[in-house]
Structures are given as structure tokens and as C-alpha cells.
Ligand binder design. Structure first.
Ligand SMILES: C[S@@+](CC[C@H](N)C(=O)[O-])C[C@H]1O[C@@H](n2cnc3c(N)ncnc32)[C@H](O)[C@@H]1O
Length: 383
């Protein structure tokens, strides 16, 4: 990921306009943050003092998908901090493949209701997705992956093969699926989810994932699980056993059109492979959750710091926990929180300036658990 190492970086007062960018807030300190707006995006830059100087980089959760924008922002930050650049990690590779890497809220905001959509959760090497993109060109193939290098590898290959019907979101698929509109996809694919014997908390198939997937699928849409593990198959069948208006088919050792890296390995070990195909037989109702995520009342910096600096609300459904706070130069506070579903929490930022609070750079995804975390946060902040 691009970064700069600089010397004599000095945090600065904001707002500060620099060559097409506006720095909107800035903290002091040895591990600081700075908000920037450029190319119609808002995102966060960070710096860390280091033995070789100060490292400047983009925050990975808010960073826009356009690498050239990030590179430009870092150079402008170095200039705004009146520092001298001593080394650059601004490699050029794959710059425009980032066009297909979306921020979750931006993707959701631009998704047309007429768009035909297949989703693959945890695509790994991406072989299956690329195959689907080639064989089903009228469909948008959306991959949701936690592992950024896998996403970059897939997008590089899609670019080389001139496939323009592939999109990727770096997110926990469990959280992202629950933010999608009802009846918006024709297929949800989960092939070889993380191995059964790794932590149950990391399992993609959960009660909530199954319920949300069936809501997101159109009538006759399909949820597809492929696994080498019989326990996983049985566990998934158990999750489905009381659900009405679905059709379940299972197969053993059915040949797939493409074989993933994982599948190749299991085949070499002569292991059985299981498919579970669940067809949704009903029209889903619109999602009930619509939280506006706003903060209606005012709060001073000192009160916000007193009330939020040690928040730790953890229960079986959601979490709100303070990870870090930064005081901003010229007034204001910036919090990093752990937020949302207990099994798939995300990093969320809260900006308080001129007594007004807002999530930065945009609201959390519309999920039931994020709305519970928001309500809990309001209670603490306005206690
Ligand atoms: C065992 S690999 C399988 C990859 C691919 N589907 C295949 O068939 O080879 C599991 C993949 O799921 C991703 N993953 C695990 N949990 C995830 C989650 N909650 N959301 C999105 N991706 C996830 C991992 O990063 C990894 O790439």
C-alpha cells in the first residue's frame, strides 16, 4: 500500500486547501490523523513516528479505491506538514483496477434495482468468479472478501481479461449481505468457507447469514455452499431445517465447471466434496431496518471525551467499544470505535466538531446490529 516516509512533519491547522485537496481536520501527536476531501471523496490519512522519520499512509478502512488519488493525497499531506520526503512506497502497479473496488456504501447507493447480480462471499483466488463473469456476461458479479491481496489479484486478472462485469467489496460478507436490499440478487455463492475446525466465530454460515441471504435473494434465487467438510454440510443443513419456502438439494462429488485452489488440494487428497443448493421459493419483504444514524443533540468535546473514552458495551448481538481517540487541533475530537454485529464488527469513526457528532466519512451500513450499536452510543453520549 502506498506510503511516504518524511522528516520534520508538523501537524497543521485546518481547513487547509492544497492543490485540489482540502484538509478538513487534523490531530496533533505522534500517531495522528487528518481528514481530507478530494476527487469527490472524503477519507482519512494517518501518520506514525518511526525511527526512520514519520510514515504517512491512508487509513485502510476509509481509503478510496483510486490509488492515484491516495498517492496524490499523501504527497499533499507531506507538503501541508512542511516535511521533506525521504522515501516513497508509491508503486504504480494495477492503478486503474481500483475502479472496480467499491466502498460498501457507494456501491449500495449506485446499485440499480434492474441490475442482475450474483454474489460470491470469500472468493479467495477468484477462479470461480472469473469463470462466472465470462460465462454470464449479462450479470454483475460482486465478490465480497476480507483479504485485500485476494481482491487485488482478482481485479488484476479481471482487468487483464477485459471483464467489466466484476466488482469487489472488502468487507465481512456477513455484515455486507445484511445491508443489501431485499430481492436484489439471483445467486449467493459460498465455496469452501474457512475450514470447519477454525474458530466457529469466523464461520460465514450462521443463522443470521442464512436468513439475510434468503431475504436478499429474489424468488427462485439460489444460495450455494460447496465444502470438503461433512460437518460443515450437516451444520448448514441444521441451520436450514426449520426454514419454510425453500428447496434444499445436496450432492456429493459433483464435478464443477472450475476447480479452485482449495478444491484442487482436496481432490489430490481424494476427499469428498459436498454441495448444498438452497432455492428461495418466496418473495422477500423489504428490509425493516432503516436507521438514520444521525446525532440530533449537541455535545461538548470534554463531555464527549468523558463519556466515550472508555465505552465497552459487548453483548450477544452487538458491540460498541472505543479503540482510540484523538483531539483535533483547533477543537474537536475524533474517535475510532469497534461497532456492529458481535461476529463481524467493523471499525467506525466518529467526528465531533463544533458540538456536532457525525460518522466519518459516511454512515455505517444499514444493518440491524449497526442500528443497535448506534442506539447504544446515543444513550452513552447523551446520558
Ligand atoms: C478457504 S478460502 C476459499 C476461497 C474460495 N472460495 C475457493 O473456493 O477457493 C476462504 C476465503 O473466504 C474469505 N473469508 C473468510 N471469512 C470471510 C467473511 N466473513 N467475509 C468475506 N470473506 C471471508 C477468506 O479471506 C478466504 O479468501
Amino acid at each position: 500500500m502506498p506510503h511516504l516516509i518524511v522528516q520534520r512533519f508538523t501537524p497543521f491547522n485546518t481547513p487547509l486547501g492544497e492543490n485540489g485537496a482540502v484538509f478538513t481536520f487534523c490531530s496533533g501527536g505522534d500517531e495522528g490523523i487528518c481528514g481530507v476531501e478530494m476527487a469527490d471523496r472524503k477519507f482519512l490519512l494517518r501518520w506514525f513516528r518511526h525511527e526512520k522519520g514519520t510514515i504517512l499512509k491512508a487509513d485502510k478502512t476509509t481509503r478510496p479505491p483510486l490509488l492515484n488519488v491516495v498517492k496524490h493525497a499523501l504527497s499533499l499531506l507531506a507538503a501541508a506538514g512542511r516535511s521533506t520526503v525521504v522515501s516513497r512506497g508509491l508503486e504504480d502497479a494495477g492503478m486503474d483496477m481500483y475502479q472496480a473496488l467499491f466502498e460498501p456504501n457507494i456501491f449500495l447507493g449506485n446499485l440499480s434495482p434492474d441490475q442482475r447480480l450474483w454474489i460470491e462471499a470469500g472468493f479467495g483466488s477468484g477462479r470461480n468468479m472469473l469463470h462466472n463473469a465470462k460465462t454470464h456476461p449479462d450479470m454483475l458479479h460482486l465478490g465480497i472478501e476480507l483479504h485485500r491481496p485476494s481482491a487485488e489479484q482478482l481485479l488484476n486478472r479481471a482487468k487483464r481479461e477485459k471483464l467489466n462485469n466484476v466488482a469487489v467489496i472488502i468487507s465481512d460478507a456477513r455484515a455486507f449481505i445484511s445491508a443489501l436490499g431485499s430481492g436484489s440478487a439471483e445467486k449467493i455463492i459460498v465455496h469452501f468457507p474457512i475450514p470447519w475446525d477454525e474458530s466457529p466465530k469466523r464461520r460465514v454460515f450462521t443463522d443470521s447469514f442464512v436468513a439475510q441471504s434468503l431475504r436478499v435473494l429474489k424468488k427462485d434465487g439460489v444460495l450455494e455452499l460447496r465444502t470438503d467438510n461433512e460437518f460443515y454440510l450437516q451444520y448448514a443443513q441444521d441451520l436450514l431445517k426449520d426454514i419454510k419456502e425453500i428447496k434444499i438439494e445436496s450432492r456429493k462429488n459433483a464435478e464443477a465447471a472450475v476447480s479452485s485452489k482449495y478444491e484442487d488440494r482436496w481432490k489430490r487428497e481424494s476427499r469428498d466434496i459436498y454441495d448444498l443448493v438452497v432455492t428461495n421459493l418466496s418473495e422477500s419483504e423489504a428490509a425493516g431496518v432503516r436507521c438514520d444514524f444521525s446525532f440530533k443533540k449537541t455535545v461538548s468535546d470534554e463531555t464527549a471525551i468523558e463519556r466515550l473514552s472508555n465505552v465497552s458495551i459487548i453483548n450477544e448481538r452487538f458491540i460498541v467499544k472505543t479503540r482510540h481517540l484523538w483531539r483535533l487541533l483547533g477543537g474537536g475530537v475524533f474517535f475510532q470505535l469497534v461497532f456492529g454485529a458481535i461476529e463481524s464488527p467493523s471499525a467506525i469513526f466518529l467526528l465531533i466538531r463544533k458540538k456536532r457528532a457525525e460518522y466519518y466519512p459516511h454512515n455505517p451500513l444499514q444493518t440491524e446490529q449497526n442500528s443497535l450499536s448506534h442506539e447504544a452510543l446515543l444513550e452513552v453520549l447523551y446520558a
